[in-house]
Write a protein that binds this ligand. Sequence first.
Ligand code: G2I
Length: 549
Amino acid sequence: MSRSGTMSLIAAAVTIGAVAVLPVAMTADAAVPGSLGALAAAKGKYFGSATDNPELSDAPYVSILGSEFNQLTPGNTMKWQYTEPSQNQFTFTQADTVVNLARSNGQVVRGHTLVWHNQLPGWVANVAADQLLGVMRNHITNEVTHFRDQVVHWDVVNEAFEENGTRRQTVFQQKIGDGYIAEAFRAARAADPTVKLYYNDYNIDGIGAKSDAVYAMVQSFKQQGVPIDGVGLQAHLILGQVPATMQQNIQRFADLGVDVAITELDIRMNLPRDTAKDTQQANDYRAVTNACLAVTRCVGITVWDYTDKYSWIPSVFPGQGAALPYDENLARKPAYAAISAALGAVPDTTAPSTPGPPTASNVTSSTATLAWTASTDNVGVAGYNVYRGDTLLAQSATNGVTLTGLSASTQYQVVVRARDAAGNLSAASAATTFTTTVAVGGSCRVAYGASNWGGGGGFTGQVTVTNTGPTAITGWSLVWTYANGQRVAQMWNATYTQPAATVTATNVSYNASIGANGGTQSFASTGRTPAPTASRRRSPSTGRTAPSP
Ligand code: G2I
């Protein structure tokens, strides 16, 4: 069978099944319905992500990596520094880990990269000029042979041009000369006759001096029969600066008879993110996706990792970042929705089912725990909103929540509505009513001093209330009960009532406030005999205490 296009292979693998010549890793048929990978596959393309070995211990990250994308690129571990750290000592362990993960996910792999001036082990620079071509061929032969039938593309040569279109003066350029790129492609073809061979670079996304130079090289390779199959546009872009000529540029390469891949897409912004930047970024991702979709030979898009958590941008461009479709908490950003929509996702207009009525438990003066029967949704329930009337009291990712900050001694009638990721809200559940309990809180200490006068016919009382709690009190009453028939005769700095044995003394306007953590207020009284004896008691209630004199 021919290898005329990556996705025709994928389609063949899906429909024909086990075709002997097909690498297992090319059956990118496991994409989860609705994922970016599945949507792209339906358009005959892939949507992939770079990844890197240290990230593979992050289980939530790996879960999305496996379910959302149908193509992976190892971000580092296929590079020369990792694969041939000492001359002719090849080690592919880390890259194999990524390839095996991709295979288990049914994802195709782009090989990145064989010949690059960066991340080269130090020994390469010391190779004699007349030896370097042989060393480069040996590297290519070993790596391409190791990954034969495991990768669908190779970035054979990476970043060989300067911005003005001249050749970058790398060690390969200087010691081998202009012909090194063609030689690299020939060596790769000799080691694997069917893998797609790419030239990959940045700032060749739109038409300009640098992409013109790459265009001229591809054109001459085609004329001379140098085996090149594709051009990788890295697309490390800046917010609001998707080249207007991107689609035209993709098309002109396609017209030369090569495939085009968007190989390292990210769109960076000046931090911090805000809504306007997120919207612009979504528009930019849409534009890039549409540019690829518009050209049949644009075979797919790879984001240079999918989450801001693992982006290379902030360490290289200080103050910039947030360049990817998922944020650092692995939540989808507006860019995700824009890509998804551009790839043809059908908008979700189906609301979740109505949740069951909430039941309230553990009701206190300020909190209550609610639980309800979960809703279902055609795509997935994203969470629940709890309302009191029109007021949103709380949101919850699960079918339960503890409400906090409620008012004491207050009746609450609440309903729950489920929501999905598209923002569809279910109908409201049946209502539940509960009443918060009476407020308690704070604490106070009361000091009471009394002395007899008038030959035992009366007494004076002096009371000091101390607020031992952490919050100030405004308005207080002190309640106590006389044991032996005493009556208040007169009171200063408080008003009082004494219907029987129990006295309630309440602040007057000028001593209503008692400061936190030890603030005090005092009042005094005279009373009729016999004088009481006991004088202190602590009570836990705010500004209300009940000493038993
Ligand atoms: O620079 C962005 C990309 C431009 N196109 C070619 C790509 O291969 C390149 O990828 C980046 C990786 O994403 C980075 O992860 O290449 C960088 C090196 O030029 C990689 O950065 C290196 C750091 O510089 C090292 O300090 C670090 O040890 O990653 C290494 C592994 O984490």
